[in-house]
Write a protein that binds this ligand. Structure first.
Ligand code: URA
Length: 233
């Protein structure tokens, strides 16, 4: 059970003050009934409407963003455009954050949520959630690179990476990389250590969640019920 004004404010569409005003103006209904006031307790899953339109009262929000090149994965930045600016205003004030970061010039799948537990489940070291990237490099990749990835690459600064997978594609400068960890600039540093610097990088998946091929760079959508179920939600 949660206060009605709090539920409305959690959507990001209205401030707490605006939610109270809507309720007092009689524009809000709970299961078709007019509530007594903003402090009314509402059960999880109850149908709440504003001016007859149903309101999504889910506690947490899960968004798939196709991150474009040129925006940073943080929620605030004094100089750079952040991924949050790609969302509508009401979704920028409900505490969403990216689950794992992509570099400014990396494109692809970014999951945004305000569910800290899910973020922990996907990111905590030792959870080993597979992340798949498509990459293009300078030079030509060959089977010796695949073997090095499988054995475990040691980065220039001595950091040892877990065994990873490098899958060669038709063009010798293109490959798929599967990582089970997420060190800073990891794909770029792994390929740099092979003398084949990355020229393009795009994340395709994270665990069960795959970038929707219909979602162009810069666009977002809510996760489907199936995608949420596959993440154990
Ligand atoms: N590895 C990188 O080097 N950059 C990313 O953005 C993600 C993985």
């Amino acid at each position: 059970m949660e206060r009605l004004d709090k539920i409305l404010a959690a959507t990001g569409k209205w401030s707490r003050k605006e939610a109270k005003a809507l309720i007092k103006a009689g524009r809000v209904k709970v299961e078709g009934e007019t509530p007594k006031g903003p402090e009314d307790k509402v059960a999880e899953g109850a149908l709440v409407t504003v001016d007859g339109h149903p309101v999504n009262t889910d506690k947490f929000v899960y968004i798939m963003l196709h991150k474009p090149d040129g925006v940073v994965s943080s929620t605030e930045d004094p100089r750079e455009q952040t991924v949050l600016t790609l969302l509508p205003k009401e979704l920028r004030r409900i505490g969403l954050f990216p689950v794992g970061r992509l570099d400014k010039d990396t494109e692809g799948l970014l999951l945004l949520t305000n569910d800290g537990q899910l973020a922990h489940r996907l990111l905590a070291p030792g959870k080993h959630v597979d992340k798949v990237y498509y990459t293009e490099v300078e030079g030509a990749l060959d089977p010796s690179d695949c073997e090095a990835f499988e054995t475990g690459i040691t980065l220039a600064d001595g950091t040892e990476c877990l065994p990873a997978r490098l899958e060669l594609l038709e063009e010798a400068n293109q490959a798929l990389v599967t990582l089970r960890e997420g060190k800073y600039h990891q794909v770029k540093r792994m390929l740099a250590s092979r003398g084949k610097p990355v020229t393009y990088l795009k994340r395709l998946s994270m665990g069960s969640l795959k970038l929707d091929p219909m979602l162009p760079p810069g666009r977002w959508r809510y996760l489907t019920d199936e995608e949420k179920a596959d993440l154990g939600l």
